[in-house]
Design a binder for this molecule. Structure first.
Ligand SMILES: [Zn+2]
Length: 352
């Protein structure tokens, strides 16, 4: 039980730290004329690669995020248009959103990279350390999952369901792709760093790069197309369970960031992970989750509980039901990202 949990925790930490990998498992959806989303098709799991957005303007292309599958994404884009890519926006610093930068630069050497200024410090520092941890730890974790698959057991030693089987198989494939792509890939830092409110007017196309506040990380940026009412949210919105890091995320501030997204009244939302959202029901649910965690943790602290006691006392049963339903994979993700680091993040905000 213990080693299994340790592996789960390692994978979770690494995934947040910037893990992610990808077989070319995405489909391209046209959201509006010239606006194409490459949406990952992997089942939910511990390993993820990010979605990507192509915005074709009168003369060029602006891309949102640079996942591990960037070589495959570039091939897909070339099947849509022969216009060059002029700008790429990294919505934050995790590897599944930045590691492809070098590949895009190789394809279009004059491309400009737009991101929050903090990436210039994060990527060579914490990011490099986390990436090294992933490179060292992920193959072992994948091997353990393979062993469990062969034995017909989950990492916790329970009989494995079909859903868990598909999820583990996907994680293993994503680790393999990660190990093919990531080691040795150089960082490409933003050369157009912005704290938000950058507007790219490319012919008739208006592209707004905004910072709506911090949530998933300090570096969260979103891309908003006001004419088409299409929003690329980065990992401020992740389906089916939000990705929360105890030290990197800001649960207490997250609801305000999501409120700012809701105020845009988007018609379509391209989340960092998960399918295109055609309404704001899920974003509202995320906002209410983080607001409730913040409220409950503050109440428990006011009653004199310490973090461990508060973790036991908090009531997340209704949220667990809403996010996980009867899915064991989603339940595991909820426990790993919400019920563990999510609470720590909320608690620490009031301790600092
Ligand atoms: Zn992320």
């Amino acid at each position: 039980m213990r080693p299994a949990l340790a592996i789960l925790t390692l994978l979770a930490l690494l995934a947040l730290a910037g893990a992610a990998a990808a077989a070319p498992g995405f489909r391209v959806e046209t959201l509006a004329p010239g606006v194409h989303a490459a949406i990952r098709t992997d089942p939910p799991g511990l390993m993820v690669d990010a979605n990507c957005l192509f915005i074709v303007t009168d003369e060029d292309v602006v891309v949102v995020d640079a996942p591990e599958a960037s070589a495959e994404l570039i091939a897909a884009l070339k099947g849509i248009t022969d216009k060059p890519v002029s700008h790429l926006v990294n919505t934050h610093w995790h590897d599944d959103h930045v590691i492809g930068n070098a590949t895009w630069r190789k394809a279009w050497p004059s491309i400009r990279f737009i991101a929050h200024p903090s990436l210039r410090d994060y990527l060579p520092g914490t990011g490099a350390k986390n990436r090294q941890g992933m490179i060292e730890g992920a193959p072992q974790a994948a091997a353990q999952m393979k062993k469990q698959l062969d034995a017909g057991k989950t990492l916790a030693g329970e009989p494995i369901s079909d859903e868990e089987r598909a999820s583990y198989a996907s994680d293993i494939a994503l680790v393999a792709h990660y190990m093919n792509v990531v080691p040795g890939t150089p960082d490409v830092l933003p050369d157009l760093p912005t704290g938000g409110d950058l507007i790219l007017q490319r012919g008739t196309r208006r592209i707004e790069i905004r910072r709506v506040g911090r949530g998933h990380t300090e570096a969260d940026l979103v891309v908003w197309l006001p004419q088409e009412r299409i929003l690329a949210s980065g990992d401020l919105v992740v389906w089916p369970v939000p990705l929360v890091g105890g030290d990197q995320s800001h649960v207490v501030d997250w609801p305000a960031a999501l409120d700012a997204l809701l105020a845009l009244k988007p018609a379509l939302i391209v989340p960092g992970h998960g399918p295109v959202q055609h309404d704001t029901v899920y974003v509202t649910q995320l906002r209410d989750l983080f607001a409730d965690i913040t409220r409950q943790m503050r109440d428990l602290r006011a009653r004199g509980l310490d973090l461990d006691a508060a973790r036991t006392a908090i009531d997340l049963a209704d949220w667990h039901r809403r996010f996980a339903g009867d899915s064991p994979v989603r339940a595991a993700l909820f426990r790993m990202y919400v019920a563990a680091p999510g609470l720590v993040s909320a608690w620490n905000a009031d301790t600092q």
